[in-house]
Ligand binder design. Sequence first.
Ligand code: PEP
Length: 266
Amino acid sequence: MSERTKLVAGNWKMNLTATQAAATLETFAKAVSSRSDVDIVVCPSYLAIPKVRELLRSRPIHLGAQDVFWEDSGAFTGKVSAAMLADAGVDYCIVGHSETRGRFGKVETPASTLGYFAESDETVNLKIGRLLYHGINPILCVGETLAEREQGVTDAVIEAQIRAGLAGFDASELYFSAIAYEPVWAIGTGQTCEPAEASRICGLIRNSLASLLDEDVADQVRILYGGSVKATNSADLFHQPDIDGGLIGGASLDPQEFARIVMSAG
Ligand code: PEP
């Protein structure tokens, strides 16, 4: 088994204007400057990408995006392509987040508007294809809802999302991709998955990669945990045998808290 470098990514979601993102990044970057053994990614909103890119030029922190569309250009109002992200200097992109899949844990969103977010495994697959074509590393999110966990179908749901999301790719294309196990019931709820259980699912994902692709890529891909990670629980999660880091939502908005999380990954 290879020694994988831990990866910690912050998903700022629809928070922080470009000015606020710059201030957050400055504080965060100073606080993590001594942690060179962890790969760090920040995923600001599209509008904050140019400003964040400028600030990251002299820093060992990668730039990520939160979503992408699967065509390079055309009449797709409001969408942003992988070609545009690559041109803006983006290295990583989240795909299939439960929020873009419309699988909200706590449903505050009226059912009538949920269709707006309805990303499927098929569109996830198309997006990954376009990102790989443009040299951007996908961070594929998978995870079960609370109802699925209670029905005992968690493993089957995760395996199906991995199989469909990665269908048609060659192992050699996916070496630098990451997968985030994000139980929907843990995202933004304050309820974290037990570290041993999160590690079990990450191990299951690794086994799926080995059987779908090959042992080498399964050994190389970073498998992250996401869902209410905080500085008080991150070390426990990140030191589980099958967890290679984290995808951090709410806690990544506080630069000191996010820095403590990153520091705990080394
Ligand atoms: C996320 O949105 O990917 C996430 C993990 O959110 P939070 O850390 O707030 O649960």
